[in-house]
Design a protein around this ligand. Structure first.
Ligand code: GLC
Length: 421
């Protein structure tokens, strides 16, 4: 156990580029938005100042609009595609042109509450940027009610089946020749297909073509879908940001208003036919009719209900380890292919935070124990086959190490014993 704790800390240190952390060397050689927020949480277990540094470098890349981009290209790296030359966002440092799940405020609250004295001034410096980012989500991306994404990458669950109906409408046939770099690091069976990639690049080309104009991308872009996952993370993040604001003595009524408005939009992503929250194509209103792991983040936002619990247990009981990223009882399920089936330790951690808040500590503990077993058996991989535990994707992964230190490593019994010692 101690050994794994040491390994997890060593991974955070090895992936630390001085103020920001890579998800893993090779496959992801830059700073990613929600990976960094998890990294900060992990650092907070042994280096509080470094945790705040991570959030600082992330928020420093904020656009004038308030958006925090999904990748920050601090140093050129030829081993990654699509790099800054493809995005062409004109930012310095260079960044991508889309965002990613807004969990920074959720993590900032967890970190702040671990040491309020050490964190107060750090939080005070960060707070206005967090507010501006949340305002951007509210004003730019919640115009249809739930949170909308303009690219599957924005969801953090890149190729999950939730986006298939939206991707069907994207024409990838016109993209110029390009060379993928991910396949030099990870076997193609575990990564998105070429057809997916052509469409991903076509969406990037549209954004670049309109000079990354937010309004045009939302009104005319090739892809616009309501994402239950981001909707729930944003709702929880609004609530956490309001808590942080109150701790600083700020007026949080604007944030409370965003949260109320977003909560009132939740019925728009409830699909009666599916008996669950569901993604929706905002171009024509169609539901995806796919049970995805984003739906289970409802617990994070206090939006769980008995039907959802039935669906959660059905999907979870159909595999052996962790919550699957896609429904195992559908034809598109693939236990090794990225977000089309594998279980992701970080998503499990977020679902467990929600389940605990919902009073389902029994389910949260089951999820923790299953996630811990995957990591103990194979190490700190990016994702795992939830049926036979095969480790998948990149290894020595920052966010897997982070959630080990913060959540997965210790059972409640062990924690109680430590407290008593
Ligand atoms: C992949 C994941 C995304 C993550 C990134 C870096 O693109 O789908 O969620 O942020 O890798 O780890």
């Amino acid at each position: 156990m101690t050994n794994l704790d040491d390994q997890a800390r060593a991974i955070l240190r090895q992936n630390d580029m001085g103020g920001y952390t890579l998800p893993t060397h090779g496959l992801y050689p830059y700073q990613w938005n929600w990976d960094s927020a998890f990294a900060a949480w992990g650092f907070a277990t042994f280096d509080n100042a470094r945790a705040w540094d991570e959030l600082d470098t992330l928020m420093a890349s904020q656009w004038e609009s308030g958006m925090i981009p999904h990748i920050i290209f601090h140093q050129p790296d030829p081993g990654y595609f699509p790099g800054p030359d493809v995005w062409q966002t004109g930012q310095s440092p260079a960044t991508s042109g889309i965002s990613q799940p807004p969990i920074a405020a959720i993590m900032a609250r967890l970190i702040f509450e671990m040491d309020e004295d050490a964190g107060r001034e750090r939080l005070r410096a960060l707070y206005p940027r967090l507010v501006d980012w949340h305002r951007w989500w509210h004003e730019v991306r919640c115009t249809h009610g739930p949170a909308a994404i303009v690219h599957p990458w924005e969801s953090g669950r890149d190729n999950c089946p939730d986006w298939d109906i939206g991707m069907d409408g994207v024409d990838g046939s016109g993209v110029g020749p390009y060379e993928r770099r991910d396949l030099g690091h990870v076997h193609a069976d575990m990564r998105p297909t070429k057809e997916d990639y052509d469409r991903y690049i076509a969406i990037v080309e549209f954004g670049r073509g309109v000079g990354w104009n937010d309004a045009k991308i939302v009104s005319d872009g090739p892809f616009l879908m309501a994402d239950p996952g981001i909707t729930f993370m944003l709702l929880r993040a609004h609530d956490d940001l309001a808590v942080l604001g109150r701790a600083l003595g700020e007026d949080v009524s604007e944030i409370e208003g965003w949260a109320t408005t977003l909560r009132s939009a939740l019925p728009l992503i409830w699909n009666d036919a599916l008996n669950a929250f569901d993604a929706r194509n905002l171009r024509n209103g169609a539901f995806a009719n796919i049970l995805g792991s984003g739906a289970f983040l409802a617990y994070l936002a206090g939006a769980g209900n008995p039907q959802l619990e039935t669906q959660l247990l059905r999907a979870w009981d159909a595999v052996n380890y962790g919550v699957p990223s896609a429904d195992p009882e559908t034809a598109s399920f693939n236990p090794r292919k990225y977000w089309r089936g594998p279980t992701w330790p970080v998503v499990n951690a977020l679902i467990a935070i929600g389940l605990n808040a919902d009073g389902r500590s029994d389910l949260a503990e089951r999820l923790r124990a299953e996630t811990a077993e995957l990591i103990r058996t194979h190490g700190f991989y990016e994702y795992f086959d939830p049926v036979d535990t095969t480790p998948c994707g990149g290894k020595n992964f920052t966010w897997t190490a982070a959630i080990w230190l913060t959540w997965a490593s210790h059972s409640p019994q062990e924690n109680a014993a430590k407290g008593a010692a």
